[in-house]
Write a protein that binds this ligand. Structure first.
Ligand code: GLN
Length: 548
C-alpha cells in the first residue's frame, strides 16, 4: 500500500437512514471534482456474508458490480456519484470477515494461538480496508449501522487503530448525526449530536468533522454550541441540509466548506473544485418541462429502497428528454385481466423489474400483455423480460401454459429454463447446474458481453454492436423455442457472443417493447443516462402525446 493514501472514515449516529451512503458518495464526488482519485468502501455489521440472500424487504436493493459481487445498495450511490469502479472488495460484512478468519484458523494459519476479536478480527478488517487502497489518493470507508450498536464495535475498534497504523496525518473521521427541529419548542436540538459524539469518544474516536443532518442551514450559534460540546471547531460543523434532489448533496457540502476542510485537514494539495457538471445536472432536473408517468409493476412497491437504482435510472432517462418521470407503483398481486386496463389507463409506459419467486407473476404477465396489445411502451428487466417471453409464447405463438420453469416445473413450454450447461465467458469454463444445485453460486452474476443486432430498438439506443451489462439471474431463454417465437414476431436483438444466450428481446411492429436479461439500471449515471432508459422514456413521451 502506498503510504500517501489518505483514509476518511464515515460513521453515523443517533439513528439510521440519515443518508450516510449518500454523504460518503458526495464526499467522493467533491474530492474527484478537485482532481483526486477516490474509491469508496462499505463495511456492514450484519452476519450475512453478502446481501445476496436477503430479501429486499429486509435490506433494499442488492447492487451488482461488474465483477459479479452482490453488494449493499450504497455502492450504487458511490458508483453514480463518482468514477470509481467498484467490486467485491468494496463491501465487507461481519460475516465475510469472520468467514475469512475462521477459514484461516481451520487451515492452521494461527496455530498455537487463541483467535480473538482483537487482534484477529480487527486485523482482518484493517487488511480489508487496505485491499482497496492501492492506486487511489483517498479511500472513503463508510461504516454501516449506528454508533452504539453492539455489531459495529469491531469495525469501530479497527478504524480507531488504523490511525496509529498509517499515521494521524492520513486519517480523518467524519461523523453524521441528526439535529432535529422540534416544532413545539420552535428550535433545533443539539443533544442527540452531543450524545452520539460522546458515544464515539467513549470508544476512542474523536470525530474531526461533524455532518449535521437537518432541514435548514444551521446558524452560527448552534454550530458553536455543537463545537463546544463535541470538541471540534465551528468550521468543522457542517450542515447536511435536506435536499429536494440527491445530486444537490455535493453542492450543499461544498457551500458549507466541507471539501476545503477535508483537504486542509488531510494536508492534500489540490486544484480548485470544478462543480459545473453537478450544478448543471441539478438545474436541469429542477427545470424539466415535460412529464410522463411510468407504471412499475412489481412485488416490493411499498419500499422505495428496493428499486433504488431503477428509480434513479428512470429519472436519468428523463433528463435528455427534458422530462420528469413520475412513478406509479403497481402491486403485481393486485393487477389482473379485469382491472388491468383501468389501472394502466393513466400511464405512458410499463416497466416490469427484476425479481424472484412466483408471487404476483400472473399480474406481471397481464401487464406485459396489455402493453403489447395497446402499443404502450414496455420495458422488461430480467424477470420482466422472462414474463414478456412467456406472455408472447402463450398469447401470440399459441403455446398454452408456456412459463418459466422457475414458476412451473412441468409447463409444456418451458420458454425460460434452467440451462444445465453453458459456457461462461467470464471464467472461460463450461458451467453445469440443475434444480438441485445450491441457490448461491448458480446465478449468472456481473458483467457479460452482448452483441446487438442492427436495425433493432436496442441498436438504435446503444448505437454500437457490442456492449457489456450486469446480470443477476438463474434462468435463461430456452433456445428450443427460439425459431418458433421468431417466426411469430419476437425479435432477438441481443445475444452472447457465441449466440447461445438470449440477452435482449423485442416485438416486431410495436413502437417500443423491449426486454433484457441483464440489469441496465446498475450502469446508469446522472451525467450519462443509460441508453435503454433514455429511449424508453422517449417512447413513453411519444405515447403520452398520442394519448392526450
Ligand atoms: N428469477 C429470475 C431468474 O433467476 C429473474 C432474476 C432477476 O430478475 N434478477 O432467472
Amino acid at each position: 500500500m502506498d503510504h500517501e493514501t489518505k483514509f476518511i472514515f464515515v460513521t453515523g449516529g443517533v439513528l439510521s437512514s440519515l443518508g450516510k451512503g449518500l454523504a460518503s458518495a458526495a464526499i467522493g464526488a467533491l474530492l474527484e471534482s478537485r482532481g483526486l482519485t477516490v474509491t469508496i468502501q462499505k463495511l456492514d455489521p450484519y452476519i450475512n456474508v453478502d446481501p445476496g440472500t436477503m430479501n429486499p424487504f429486509q435490506h433494499g436493493e442488492v447492487y451488482v458490480t461488474d465483477d459479479g459481487a452482490e453488494t449493499d445498495l450504497d455502492l450504487g450511490h458511490y458508483e453514480r456519484f463518482t468514477n470509481a469502479i467498484l467490486g467485491r472488495d468494496n463491501n465487507f460484512t461481519t460475516g465475510k470477515i469472520y468467514h475469512s478468519v475462521i477459514t484461516k484458523e481451520r487451515r492452521g494459519d494461527y496455530l498455537g494461538g487463541t483467535v480473538q476479536v482483537i487482534p484477529h478480527i480487527t486485523d482482518e478488517i484493517k487488511d480489508s480496508i487496505k485491499l482497496v487502497a492501492d492506486s487511489v489518493d483517498v479511500v472513503i470507508v463508510e461504516i454501516g449501522g449506528t454508533v452504539g450498536d453492539i455489531e459495529s464495535l469491531p469495525f469501530l475498534e479497527a478504524i480507531r487503530q488504523f490511525k496509529a497504523d498509517v499515521g494521524k496525518e492520513n486519517v480523518l473521521y467524519i461523523h453524521l448525526t441528526l439535529v432535529p427541529y422540534i416544532a413545539t419548542a420552535g428550535e433545533v436540538k443539539t443533544k442527540p449530536t452531543q450524545h452520539s459524539v460522546k458515544e464515539l469518544r467513549s470508544i476512542g474516536i474523536q470525530p474531526d468533522i461533524l455532518l449535521c443532518r437537518t432541514n435548514k442551514y444551521l446558524p452560527k450559534e448552534i454550530k458553536s454550541k455543537i463545537a463546544l460540546f463535541c470538541n471540534v471547531t465551528v468550521d468543522e460543523v457542517i450542515t447536511a441540509k435536506d435536499v429536494e434532489c440527491i445530486y444537490e448533496v455535493p453542492l450543499v457540502f461544498h457551500k458549507e466548506g466541507l471539501d476545503q476542510k477535508i483537504v486542509e485537514m488531510l494536508n492534500i494539495w489540490t486544484r480548485a473544485p470544478q462543480l459545473d457538471k453537478w450544478e448543471e445536472i441539478v438545474k436541469r432536473l429542477k427545470e424539466l418541462k415535460l412529464s410522463v408517468t411510468i407504471a412499475i409493476v412489481g412485488k416490493y412497491v411499498n419500499l422505495i429502497e428496493s428499486y433504488k437504482s431503477l428509480n434513479e435510472a428512470l429519472r436519468h432517462g428523463g433528463i435528455p428528454n427534458d422530462c420528469r418521470v413520475n412513478l406509479k407503483f403497481v402491486d403485481s398481486e393486485k393487477i389482473d385481466e379485469n382491472n388491468c386496463r383501468e389501472i394502466l389507463a393513466d400511464v405512458d409506459g410499463v416497466l416490469v423489474p427484476g425479481g424472484f419467486g412466483s408471487r404476483g407473476i400472473e399480474g406481471k404477465i397481464c401487464a406485459a400483455k396489455h402493453a403489447r396489445e395497446n402499443n404502450l411502451p414496455f420495458f422488461g428487466i430480467c424477470l420482466g423480460m422472462q414474463v414478456a417471453v412467456a406472455e408472447f409464447a402463450r398469447n401470440v405463438a399459441g403455446m398454452e401454459g408456456a412459463h418459466s420453469q422457475e414458476f412451473d416445473e412441468s409447463t409444456p413450454y418451458p420458454v425460460i429454463y434452467l440451462m444445465v450447461e453453458w459456457y461462461d465467458d467470464k471464467t472461460g469454463t463450461v458451467q453445469r447446474r440443475d434444480i438441485t444445485s445450491d441457490k448461491g453460486g448458480t446465478m449468472r452474476l456481473g458483467a457479460y458481453p452482448c452483441n446487438i443486432k442492427e436495425g433493432t430498438l436496442a441498436h438504435k439506443a446503444y448505437g454500437v454492436s457490442s456492449i457489456s451489462e450486469r446480470h443477476r439471474h438463474r434462468y435463461e431463454f430456452n433456445n428450443a423455442f427460439k425459431e418458433r417465437l421468431e417466426d411469430d414476431g419476437l425479435v432477438i436483438s441481443g445475444s452472447s457472443p457465441d449466440g447461445e444466450l438470449v440477452e435482449i428481446i423485442e416485438i416486431k411492429d410495436h413502437p417500443w417493447f423491449l426486454g433484457c436479461q441483464f440489469h441496465p439500471e446498475f450502469k446508469s449515471r446522472p451525467m450519462n443516462p443509460h441508453p435503454l432508459f433514455r429511449e424508453f422514456i422517449r417512447a413513453s413521451l411519444e405515447y403520452a402525446g398520442t394519448r392526450s
